[in-house]
Design a protein around this ligand. Structure first.
Ligand code: BES
Ligand code: MN
Ligand code: ZN
Length: 497
């Protein structure tokens, strides 16, 4: 896909060549200046008249109509130099790739160095470029008999730079891995529930494990019964699809110690159970395994990048259905930890299956736990659809995750869990815990409930109910699944100390 080359001259042939422009930079620099003089100052004129603009996000195409050089020049506005961030650059690149996709450009080139600043160096720009390419051009194939128009995806991009080619290639690789892993998660989440059951999710995980040489284990219903995973089994009771506990093990250190558990909610469809969702709220509940998808996406990135870390991925997978066997409100169940739970609401199923997954991770000697789940509508009310809610029992661990999220541009915001919150999840007259102590602060109730199972193992809970899918197209992807937290989890694991 990417070829790294030194800077071109204004005579080098290109189908399309992209050049970045910063606001306020008076004269044309380098290559653009050469083109401007070859064109007798016409680029300057276009810029004066606003046809070419340095405003961030503007893309202008110019056909130089010269006997040599680029057939098309794409001027890409970057705004003020001192305001450019990695995140903004990624968006600008996304816009450029969408422009090329619409124009069905198969081949293009970019002068990478014109997009770099003191704060976003050419290596970071290369990472942003590759990541943006995969994110922006993603499409879910879908199931229409009539295939849509060939999508005009770019096939090769030449990256021109003065920087060290091997380093730029390495950055392009990391960006590509992040982008592709995010897209894998998007596809899992966009897949409807009838075509992605717990068993299908397990098959996918096994393929991933084979590809990256992870140890794995898939626990079926009998093993769960034998171990006493009463909470995961309870949620699955109403289903004709068997539950799976998916476990992947990546060992990047000599010793199996300091293990990070990544736990992802894998509800392949959430009807709500007997506390049935109203029909409008049930739409899109195929996305209720986005936590599982984030973990699998992160494991793909980890499999590619092979950091010196130990990771245990644990995914409890089932759908949440009704039948004569299904879990009912008022039922009391016994979780793997031994803690009993009064089920007040069968639609608060995520925390039940996560309870057993977190306990399983602890029983396998993990030192840190990150869980990711489309857990509550409450987090959408609290934070909207562009911020992931976070809760924790450990400041230091949370700080590291926050740092990773700031690098990847995936916003997370912390909600508190207080002693009073813990009292509320323990407020059952007949069991240890109550799975739904009321609407007030219910994103926090979800987190606090899972925290009862993490106990004193350092733990962060990420509620992605608002961020896992979007209704709007953006420069970095179409409406639908976002693949949120794949990159943050991967970046967190890579840098963890
Ligand atoms: N899967 C839902 C949460 C959800 C809502 C995800 C909207 C994505 C978009 C979860 O299982 C659920 O039903 N939560 C309930 C909890 C309540 C019953 C305590 C909710 O948020 O209403
Ligand atoms: Mn639910
Ligand atoms: Zn759910």
């Amino acid at each position: 896909m990417f070829t790294v080359k030194p800077l071109p001259s204004a005579e080098t042939a290109h189908e399309a060549l992209a050049i970045g422009l910063f606001e306020g930079a008076e004269a044309w620099s380098g290559l653009a200046g050469e083109y401007d003089s070859r064109l007798g100052g016409q680029l300057s004129r276009l810029r004066k008249e606003g046809d070419i603009s340095a405003k961030r996000g503007r893309v202008a195409v110019v056909h130089p109509l010269l006997p040599t050089g680029a057939k098309r020049l794409y001027f890409v506005g970057l705004g003020k130099k001192e305001e450019l961030t990695f995140e903004r650059l990624r968006e600008v690149f996304g816009r450029l790739f969408r422009t090329w996709k619409q124009a069905k450009r198969a081949e293009a080139a970019i002068v990478l160095d014109t997009f770099a600043t003191e704060t976003v160096d050419p290596n970071e720009a290369a990472h942003a470029l590759a990541e943006a390419y995969y994110l922006a051009t993603y499409e879910f194939p879908g199931y229409k008999q009539k295939k849509s128009e060939p999508d005009g995806a770019l096939e090769s991009l030449t990256v021109h730079t003065e920087a060290d080619a091997a380093e730029i290639e390495a950055s392009l690789f990391v960006g590509s891995v992040y982008g592709k892993a995010t897209n894998s998660a998007r596809t899992l989440v966009n897949t409807p529930g009838n075509l992605l059951t717990a068993s299908d999710l397990a098959d996918y995980a096994v393929k991933l494990a084979d590809r990256y040489d992870f140890d794995y284990e898939i626990l079926g219903k009998e093993e769960m019964e034998r171990l006493g995973m009463g909470a995961l089994l309870a949620v699955n009771q109403g289903s004709t699809q068997p539950p799976k506990l998916i476990v992947l093990k990546y060992q990047g250190k000599e010793q199996w110690e300091d293990v990070i558990a990544l736990v992802g909610k894998g509800v392949t469809f959430d009807t709500g159970g007997y506390c049935l969702k109203p029909r409008d709220s049930m739409i899109d509940m195929k996305t209720d395994m986005a936590g599982a998808a984030a973990v699998l996406g992160a494991m793909e990135a980890i499999g590619e990048l092979r950091p010196e870390q130990n990771v245990l991925a644990v995914i409890p997978a089932t759908d949440n259905m009704i039948s004569g066997q299904a879990l009912k409100p008022d039922d009391v169940i016994t979780s793997l930890s031994g803690k009993t739970i009064e089920v007040r609401n069968t639609d608060a199923e995520g925390r039940l299956i996560l309870a057993d997954a977190v306990t399983y991770a602890k029983q396998h000697g993990v030192s840190y736990i990150i869980d990711v789940a489309t857990l509550t509508g409450g987090v959408i009310v609290a934070l909207g659809t562009d911020k992931t809610g976070a809760m924790t029992n450990n400041e230091a661990l949370f700080e590291q995750l926050l740092e990773a999220s700031m690098e990847t541009g995936e916003f997370i915001w912390r909600l508190p869990i207080t002693e009073k919150d813990r009292e509320r999840v323990r407020s059952s007259k007949i069991a240890d815990l109550n799975n739904s102590p009321g609407r007030e602060g219910h994103a926090i109730m979800g987190g606090a409930f899972i925290g009862e199972f993490a106990e004193d193992t350092p733990w962060v809970h990420l509620d992605i109910a608002g961020t896992a899918a979007t209704k709007k197209d953006s420069d970095l992807g179409p409406a639908g699944a976002t693949g949120v937290m794949v990159r943050t989890l991967a970046a967190f694991v890579e840098r963890f100390e």
